[in-house]
Design a protein around this ligand. Structure first.
Ligand SMILES: [Zn+2]
Length: 203
């Protein structure tokens, strides 16, 4: 694949992809396993819908999130403070149960010599969130991607999320959020900087 997708565009549009027969059959099997009849009217088109929905939930596999950081700006008017995007909503799916993870993220970096359009930070998050994930890895992947591609003085990522596999099954404890964070560069090494960024994030 040597054609770069336009910024923000997916390589293919999941809703229009043809659904292979074996994928449909797998979902019919799952419906049967759950205890229902895949041949009843209300469920006839469900396998196709589920298949396409999963292609969307996992659209992150169709892109390289780092791509969103390829266009940077050097003209920052001497700005050398923290850049922060917070309360970024996201949805992901846990790799253990394929159940929804719904949460929000705060992403900050301290630029060295270049910045990106602020929406790009959210796009990086979405690119990694739209895959089968564990929250710890999602947090690390977002931070590492920014660290590697912007080479800033510091990166801080804090993610808070609810896991349906915990609220809807298993111990069934709704309303319990899990928080993960990754601090790099000055935010890891310098306590004052870390405190500052966490307080900007509202922690
Ligand atoms: Zn799970």
């Amino acid at each position: 694949m040597n054609q770069e997708p336009e910024d923000g565009d997916l390589v293919a549009e999941p809703a229009k992809l043809p659904v292979p027969k074996d994928v449909e059959e797998a979902i019919r099997t799952l419906i049967r396993w759950a205890g229902d009849d895949p041949e009843r009217e209300g469920l006839l088109d469900t396998p196709k819908r589920v298949a396409r929905a999963w292609k969307e939930y996992c659209a992150g596999y169709l892109e390289d999130p780092a791509h969103h950081l390829s266009r940077t700006f050097k003209e920052v008017g001497g700005y050398d403070e923290v850049v922060l995007l917070k309360d970024i909503p996201f949805q992901s799916h846990c790799e253990h149960h394929m159940a929804p993870i719904i949460g929000k993220a705060a992403i900050a970096y301290l630029p060295r010599d270049r910045v990106v359009g602020i929406s790009k930070l959210a796009r990086v998050l979405q690119g990694f969130a739209r895959r089968l994930q564990v929250q710890e890895r999602l947090t690390a992947e977002v931070a590492d991607c920014i660290w590697e591609h912007l080479q800033p003085h510091g990166v801080a990522v804090v993610i808070e999320a609810n896991h349906a596999c915990m609220s809807a099954r298993g111990v069934r404890t709704p309303g319990v959020a899990m928080t993960t964070s990754r601090m790099m560069g000055v935010f890891r090494d310098d306590e004052r900087s870390r405190k500052e960024v966490l307080s900007l994030m509202g922690y």
